[in-house]
Design a protein around this ligand. Structure first.
Ligand SMILES: Cc1cc2nc3c(=O)[nH]c(=O)nc-3n(C[C@H](O)[C@H](O)[C@H](O)COP(=O)(O)OP(=O)(O)OC[C@H]3O[C@@H](n4cnc5c(N)ncnc54)[C@H](O)[C@@H]3O)c2cc1C
Length: 501
């Protein structure tokens, strides 16, 4: 029988997807990569995301040289036929249900285990079985991963005697300072491959069959292993030490603060999570970064990223259409078009502009500014998920579904998190410098200066009071509704509101 070729998906670009062994391709195995234009035709992606993905695939193909057959085709099926005909093919477990369904449906394809995550799926299934019927707590899973992979461990105990530094890592931004003052993150330099990608995207748009959203300025995220390693190195050396305490804070003029900007590289497979974790631990052991910052970073990757990946497969396909709160409103055009200039609320305008300009904003703006607004407005969670997927450079099906359907929109009715992430302007005011010059006041519920988040929060609680009153973490907030003398006015004003806030 003919020796199989090996297929690399566009998010399997690092060396760990080619490690030889019984569950990986041999050293000399011919490789196939397929660039499918239909993917971009189906949905309106952020142009910087399309640029990054194509640039990263083409950079990888250039590195692999003659070993890879790089095919540009309309669909994956067509591309595979062109590349290998009927020849058998192996592929590492893809990251979406759609892609998994496709490769499983092709007789010639053998699916190898997933790479790029710490915990094999069968281990997660075993852990889940141990917790049969109980809640799948992220914290418990995270501790297990730490033990299993000996991350920040001192024998059986966590180093420093504590598993969790969340309390230290929730500081508001520094007062009176417009930036965090940490060294800037790594910036790649574009090359001839980027110029070719930009030229192709322009042509596709001109042809009229592909439409993008957002701006495709100079590329800000790594497109090759070399660039991704440089970005990791710069983060570990210059920025990790300050990662923890302001992790949840937001500054209008410093959107990146001390965040790593590594999600796009991890999700393209340019970096392996384990190398990021061990090198972060090394930074702590060598005294280069304090424990709260290093534990905070390790928790994001070994805890949240890993947990989200496992939940995507655990929750199943129906999870996508969850809508426990019955939210059905369509997303307005200004939001779909990332029209930040149409928005008055300074937090939302700033964050939407960040998405428009680079297809990225950090976790708290995603959750507490963008997601919070979508939730309060009762926008259809499937459409919100689609929006996040298309507009973020690091957005993939597996990471979007739990983060948006579960964490941000509470559309799963609490399978992932214990309460909705809804909050009024007071939270944004405490954790950012957005509110000072804003036309709205975070403590106003009604009138011209009513903060859309504060009014939206009470309207949301009112709309779902019966469901939320039974949630021990929300019951007090729901009781607060009865103390609002202006609730009727607030609800009336909310009804009359149209257009961007
Ligand atoms: C509504 C919403 C949508 C999100 N969509 C995505 C997405 O499409 N892709 C994505 O990678 N992350 C997503 N996240 C998680 C998180 O916001 C991003 O991973 C993070 O902001 C990326 O920036 P960073 O690399 O600087 O992260 P850092 O703050 O530096 O964190 C380090 C790493 O931890 C990982 N991480 C942290 N939290 C999560 C999480 N909840 N899920 C998965 N990985 C996590 C990421 O790989 C990240 O690079 C989303 C969160 C929310 C609330």
């Amino acid at each position: 029988m003919e020796k199989p070729a090996h297929w690399l998906f566009g998010d399997q670009l690092g060396p760990h997807f080619l490690t030889p062994g019984p569950q990986g391709p041999d050293r000399g195995t011919p490789l196939v990569m397929i660039e499918s234009r239909a993917v971009f035709r189906r949905r309106r992606f952020h142009r910087a995301k399309a640029h990054l993905v194509l640039s990263a695939m083409r950079h990888r193909a250039a590195e692999l040289g003659d070993r890879v057959r790089y095919v540009r085709a309309d669909t994956y099926r067509e591309g595979l036929r062109t590349a290998v005909g009927r020849r058998p093919v192996t592929v590492h477990h893809p990251t979406s249900r759609a892609a998994l369904g496709l490769v499983r449906a092709l007789d010639q394809v053998t699916v190898l285990p997933a790479r790029g995550f710490l915990v094999p799926q069968d281990e997660f299934r075993a852990w889940r079985a141990e917790h049969d019927g109980g809640r799948l707590l992220q914290e418990a899973f995270y501790r297990r991963v730490r033990r299993e992979h000996e991350l920040l461990m001192d024998g059986d105990d966590p180093v420093g005697g504590r598993w969790n530094f969340d309390h230290d890592n929730r500081e508001p931004p520094p007062k009176g300072s417009r930036t965090l003052g940490v060294p800037a993150p790594y910036r790649p330099r574009e090359d001839a491959i980027d110029a070719e990608v930009r030229h192709d995207l322009d042509r596709w748009e001109r042809d009229g069959d592909v439409r993008f959203v957002g701006r495709d300025g100079p590329r800000t995220f790594p497109a090759s292993r070399r660039e991704a390693l440089a970005a990791l190195r710069r983060f570990l050396t210059h920025r990790l030490a300050d990662f923890g305490p302001p992790e949840d804070a937001m500054l209008a003029d410093d959107p990146v603060m001390s965040h790593s900007l590594l999600s796009a590289s991890l999700n393209l497979g340019l970096l392996d999570p384990f190398e990021c974790l061990t090198r972060a631990e090394q930074a702590w052991r060598s005294g280069a970064a304090p424990l709260p910052s290093v534990e905070g970073f390790v928790r994001q990757i070994a805890g949240w990223r890993e947990y989200v990946w496992q939940l995507y497969w655990h929750f199943g396909e129906e999870y996508r259409s969850s809508n426990a709160l019955g939210h059905r409103r369509a997303l307005p055009d200004w939001f779909l078009d990332l029209d930040a200039d149409a928005v008055t609320a300074r937090c939302l305008a700033s964050v939407l502009a960040q998405v428009r300009d680079r297809g990225w904003t950090h976790h708290i703006p995603r959750l507490m500014v963008l997601g919070n607004h979508c939730l309060q407005q009762g926008w259809d969670p499937a459409a919100v998920t689609d929006w996040f997927h298309r507009c973020f450079v690091d957005g993939y099906d597996w990471v979007m579904l739990p983060n948006v359907v579960g964490m941000s929109q509470y559309a799963d009715g609490g399978r992932m998190v214990t309460k909705p992430y809804a909050s009024g302007g007071a939270y944004i005011h405490r954790m950012s410098d957005f509110c000072g010059p804003c036309a709205y006041r975070p403590d106003r519920r009604t009138g011209e200066a009513a903060c859309p988040y504060t009014a939206g929060y009470w309207a949301f609680l009112h709309r779902h009071r019966h469901r939320l009153a039974g949630n021990p973490r929300m019951a007090r907030a729901v009781l607060g509704l009865d103390r609002l003398a202006d609730l009727d006015d607030l609800l009336e004003e909310q009804k009359g509101r149209t257009g961007p806030p």
